[in-house]
Design a protein. Sequence first.
Length: 259
Amino acid sequence: MANDFIVRSDGFNENVVSTPYRRLRDNVALHKDSRQSSTYYIYGSPGSSLLAVDGNQQQAAYPPPYNQMFCTSTITNDLICWWAVDLGQEYSINSVTIFNRLDCCSDRLANIYIYVYAPTIADWSNFDKESSQLCFYHPGLVPSIFNAACNRNLQGRYVKIYKEYQSLNYGDSLTLCEVEVYIDKTPYTGTFCRQLNKEPLLGLPKHLQHVSRKRCALYCRQTEGCLGFRITTEGACSLFQTSQKVYNVNTAMDYYERC
């Protein structure tokens, strides 16, 4: 198995471990209370909001033997579709990972907004009544597993995913198979892991030349909206705000993300 580098952006050390993927940070959305605009039922099985925070990364919403939903789903053709999670307390929210449905209709998950709220009254009746903070807007189809850093670290308790209605032949709805929320406990320092099963998508207009891997990691941590970085053998450092999973491990990819 190919080696995977871990880089601490405070510059103390650089370790090598033998795994293609590591997750060192906690997902603060796991098993938290959630809500959505409506709930779709199929043969009595609900696509309830909690299915996006149950820790099950199954990406078939209604797989054989067809007796249980594994992904959330709003009612077909609702004009307003949203899903939200209460993290239980305010955090400095850094990034969000979304698992799209793959067994059908993945193109429904498109043109999504990710909002963060820090309401004065923290309950479901009031969670989105005050000003929203836009974490990220993704135009177009959401990849199968999509990772996005917020435009800047946002202080908040509620994370909401919203999509506008789109006219599709088989109807539209909001379906999420899992949502993970990651926070920053140590601003400007952190650990980056080499990602052999991810590729960067949206680049930031930030570049450095002739730098070390550690210097590139520190640059990413000090840049708002940076999810990860790529560095060439010549020391060219590029920063990225989003990434997607790839299903073939790419040992040539020198791409790193917070982990």
